[in-house]
Design a protein around this ligand. Sequence first.
Ligand code: E4P
Length: 230
Amino acid sequence: MYIYIDTGNIDEIKKAAATGLINGVTTNPTLIAKEGKDFPTVIKSIVKILKDAGIRDDFTVSAEVNSTTAPEMIKEGLGYAKWDKHVIVKLPMTTEGLVAAQEFARRGIRTNVTLCFSPNQALLAAKANAFIISPFVGRIDDTGGDGMALIKEIKQIYANYGYKTKVLVASVRSPSHVREAALAGADIATIPYKVFEQLIGHPLTDKGLAQFAKDYADYKTKITGVKPTK
Ligand code: E4P
């Protein structure tokens, strides 16, 4: 499963990219607004960070349109696509967004259809040749629904018809969401940096390391007769 980082924060992206474990970045207007920086500059910087970190060349950086009609979205997205081949156009899950997705596909430009909350929306995004569909599991869970059940249904529908659209688990809130996404066979999970850090750590790993360090220090003391200074 590919892991994307869901942020517009440059420091977080640098740290995540330095691990070599990520495959891309997603942004949205809220995340961009939070950073208070120039949008094109942020997206171009993200691409550069991933390239400089040697991230595999199939990485993508999603940049979301801010217009509502298909012609406007197409104009906006064509501008984004010129920034770099890794930039893909994030479109809303609306009729206009799906019209725009088809035009981008005709032009060979990849898209990420966002704010998906139902299997039928995902079906239509695949029919519109979206490169990625982004179902928001956390927001579904927040309202008492079952976000991961949606992922499983979309995977089934895509398998039934051989759709190539990638299923990206979005609105991730915890490591459990990442585990469940991987078990459900999601193609990608986009996760906040904090959750990414949580994936790596485990209390038993820390405990085990402390024990190993102690045992090795004791052993060294025993065979050399010299006590470690700290
Ligand atoms: C996906 O691309 C979105 O940016 C994101 O996952 C939204 O998550 P949220 O529900 O935490 O805002």
